[in-house]
Design a protein around this ligand. Structure first.
Ligand code: GRF
Length: 187
């Protein structure tokens, strides 16, 4: 049987992309990364180059960005949003029912939704006085961070945490959570 294929969409540093690539290389994941797509020039592209993966750079500021994005995504088995910051257009969501997943750095449904990304999430967690935070992988629907949660990992929030120290602790969990979820979905 031929290997399942995934697309990975990124906007930032690409540490989660790097974790997926490493998992493919060490055979934790038995699949093919068919393409990496970025919606802006970002450091994460280096991981795609180093692994010789097909890479598509789109400009999220162009008026026909959503059309280009929809055209760029191949008919893969799973689309992985690994720190992708653009909202996915409904026509693309509809192509991948329960076949598109997103990683979010909080315990959804807490601290999700429009404008809740990156450090803003961790700032909000600290401001709310939470004692536990974490990360979630969820299916993508046409809302923002509203799709069914598939898996979560928890971390403690420490009394002297800054958004940065909390982000680091959460991110250490994200890589394993994302790889394990992809493994569970692609078999
Ligand atoms: C992660 O914190 C993820 O939860 C969020 O964006 C960040 C991406 O980090 N959606 P990286 O680009 O994979 O390093």
């Amino acid at each position: 049987m031929s290997k399942q294929r995934i697309s990975v969409l990124i906007s930032g540093g690409g540490s989660n992309l790097a974790a997926i690539i490493a998992a493919v290389e060490n055979k934790t994941l038995n699949l093919e990364i068919a393409q990496v797509i970025a919606d802006r020039d970002c450091a994460g592209k280096q991981h795609a180059f180093k692994a010789n993966l097909p890479f598509v750079l789109l400009d999220r500021k162009l008026p026909d960005f959503t059309k280009r994005l929809n055209e760029a995504v191949l008919d893969v088995d799973l689309v992985v949003l690994a720190g992708f910051l653009s909202v996915i257009p409904p026509e693309l969501v509809e192509r991948f029912p329960k076949k598109m997943i997103n990683l979010h750095p909080s315990l959804l449904p807490k601290f999700g939704g429009m404008g809740m990304y990156g450090m803003k999430v961790h700032q909000a967690v600290l401001a709310a006085g939470e004692t536990v935070s974490g990360c979630s992988v969820h299916f993508v629907d046409t809302g923002v961070d509203t799709g069914e949660v598939i898996a979560q990992a928890q971390v403690p929030v420490l009394a002297d945490d800054s958004p940065e120290t909390l982000a680091k602790r959460v991110q250490a969990q994200e890589h394993t959570l994302l790889v394990n979820t992809i493994k569970a979905l692609c078999h």
